[in-house]
Design a protein around this ligand. Structure first.
Ligand code: ADP
Length: 403
């Protein structure tokens, strides 16, 4: 009987979706091989399962009727059983989870335990829209598959290296002491992109790098010596640059005005800032950058311009924050796929010595800086799931060999 290889499942659970991927460690190397990926979308309304193989071809699809799709327990168990039945040569030995908030105390990925779950529960007030959805699958798996090891990987953890001054708001110290400070998000993406950059360009190991993670949710990070020094996203995922439907930074006086003059309550404000603003709010057309770029509606053009203006402004702010700019990196849906947006942002940064080569940018090459650019510019695809799989293997270390 041939023994199976150890494989790792990665879960990223949101309010209405559950994304999953499976990885296997390649023999005699630290590299990981992606075996499959997929998601269940429409959780809570009409759930739809779709999974693709490593070659991106559809492997399976399934739809539930409304009643079944309300139960996360059923859906998660379906995923695990399907993955196990599909990967006949592999044994899923552990699950890595993306968790939005690790607070100030959890600066490293952690093995899931009842104590950790209690600690993570206490952080729900810091990320009420995301954290409960991240934690639910851990409890479901612990109950139904108690032999499965689980590891929690935090989007905040990469930012634990930030100096106190970058974390602080100019609020009374008592509020800072109780955790009202900047945490930063998209950390797993920044960690992966940083590792890729430094693997290819070890000469930048001590450099000042700004990474622009531009997707549906967007933020930027100042990385020096491979460590996060500052980021545009602070206490919540609302901060920083405009996003698909999130406003990014707005003067807090606007919120006070809306409460006083328009009598807006918590839920209305939450809906406005998280779901009705950003690219969608400005354009009135779409939250999707591709749709805006194809539109001839002047409001769509304004949304694109505002996005690029704010991203460029944030690049300069982060360069000032860490004291230099030795490289600029674009990643995530917009950053990886839109040469127009990269060019518009770079144009606004020409005074800082940033210049992209039109052909390299159009062809989405790894290195897109013009020969006379003072700052190297890169496009590096992110892979948060791969980062989580690597952490999961590292955390479990020696305790798991090949099954
Ligand atoms: P999420 O934050 O949900 O992971 P992604 O990183 O997948 O989001 O990014 C989604 C965004 O990327 C959308 O606004 C989409 O329009 C944009 N995008 C994807 N491909 C392109 C493209 N070719 N040109 C412009 N924008 C694109």
């Amino acid at each position: 009987m041939t023994s199976k290889q150890a494989a790792y499942l990665v879960l990223n659970a949101g309010s209405s979706s559950l994304k999953f991927s499976a990885f296997r460690q390649q023999a005699a190397s630290a590299d990981l091989e992606t075996l499959l990926s997929g998601q269940i979308s429409g959780i809570g309304s009409s759930a739809h399962f779709a999974a693709k193989g490593a070659d991106r071809r559809l492997l399976a699809e399934h739809r539930w009727d409304d009643k079944d799709s309300l139960c996360r327990d059923t859906l998660l168990q379906y995923v695990l059983r399907w993955v196990r039945a599909t990967l006949v040569d592999d044994e899923i030995v552990a699950v890595g989870h993306r968790v939005v908030h690790g607070g100030l105390a959890l600066g490293q990925p952690m093995r899931v335990s009842p104590q950790l779950l209690d600690q993570l529960d206490s952080l729900v007030p810091l990320a009420p829209l995301h954290q409960p959805h991240n934690l639910a699958p851990m409890r479901i798996l612990a109950k139904n598959f108690p032999d499965l090891e689980q590891v929690a990987c935090f989007d905040t953890a990469f930012h634990s290296s930030q100096p106190a001054i970058a974390r602080s708001f100019a609020l009374p110290q008592a509020l800072t002491d109780e955790g009202v400070c900047s945490y930063g998000f998209h950390g797993l993406s920044y960690e992966y992109v940083t590792s890729q950059l430094l693997e290819n360009r070890p000469d930048l190991a001590e450099g000042h790098v700004v990474i622009c993670h531009l997707g549906n949710g967007s933020s930027l990070c100042a990385v020096k010596g491979g460590r996060s020094m500052d980021t545009s996203m602070g206490f919540s995922a609302l901060d920083g640059v405009p996003m698909g439907t999130r406003a990014g930074s707005v003067d807090p006086g606007v919120i006070l005005y809306l409460m006083r003059e328009k009598k807006m309550g918590l839920e209305e404000l939450e809906d406005l800032l998280y779901r009705q603003s950003g690219l969608l709010g400005v354009s009135g057309v779409s939250n999707d950058m591709q749709v805006l770029q194809a539109s001839d509606d002047p409001r769509a053009q304004k949304a694109v311009d505002l996005f690029c203006f704010r991203v460029a402004k944030e690049v300069a702010a982060l360069a000032a924050s860490m004291g230099g700019l030795d490289a600029l990196v674009f990643t995530a849906g917009i950053g990886e796929n839109s040469p127009e947006i990269r060019a518009l942002i770079a144009e606004r940064l020409e005074w800082l010595g940033v210049k992209v080569d039109a052909a390299a940018n159009r062809n989405r090459e790894y290195y897109i800086a013009a020969t006379d650019s003072k700052v190297p510019v890169f496009v590096i695809p992110t892979n948060e799931e791969m980062m989580i799989a690597k952490h999961t293997i590292n955390v479990l270390g020696q305790t798991i060999g090949h099954a």
